[in-house]
Design a binder for this molecule. Structure first.
Ligand SMILES: CC(C)(COP(=O)(O)OP(=O)(O)OC[C@H]1O[C@@H](n2cnc3c(N)ncnc32)[C@H](O)[C@@H]1OP(=O)(O)O)[C@@H](O)C(=O)NCCC(=O)NCCS
Length: 115
């Protein structure tokens, strides 16, 4: 949306980062089944600009599960015009989340079947 643009009129990188963080956290939470928080961003690439009106699709995949942490890779694609097949890869990121308990302390991630 226009409110998400930078001074040059492209979608602000920070907006994209927040969407990617949300997408990764959904996947980490789906696996951990407990609250997760973002601890670190290993990689964040802006490969192509995102424009107002683009349809953004984010795909998240777990790449590493530690004792309390889960690293997720997120790939993002922008569809330039609704109804068109033209898509551009706009971002690639790896973010680590930590599972936390009710006291906000790291807690072990338990592997669930089917996850
Ligand atoms: C997340 C938090 C609870 C971790 O507490 P902590 O005492 O530092 O935790 P630990 O040192 O035990 O590390 C926890 C896990 O994070 C990993 N970790 C720590 N620093 C890391 C880094 N720089 N990069 C990647 N992973 C890291 C550890 O390896 C560990 O994973 P493992 O158990 O799978 O081996 C604490 O740092 C915190 O509350 N941070 C703020 C989170 C936040 O507000 N995020 C933004 C909004 S969601």
């Amino acid at each position: 949306m226009p409110a998400d643009t930078n001074a040059a009129g492209d979608v602000f990188g920070g907006w994209l980062m927040s969407q990617v963080d949300i997408a990764g956290s959904i996947e980490a939470h789906r696996y951990a089944q407990t609250r997760v928080v973002t601890i670190a961003v290993q990689e964040f690439l802006f490969l192509n600009p995102v424009f107002v009106g683009d349809l953004l699709s984010l795909y998240a995949k777990i790449v590493h599960v530690g004792t309390t942490s889960i690293r997720v890779r997120i790939d993002g694609y922008a569809q330039r015009q609704r109804g068109s097949e033209e898509t551009h890869k706009v971002t690639e990121a790896q973010i680590t989340y930590v599972a936390i308990d009710e006291n906000r302390r790291p807690c072990p991630v338990v592997k669930r079947t089917g996850a």
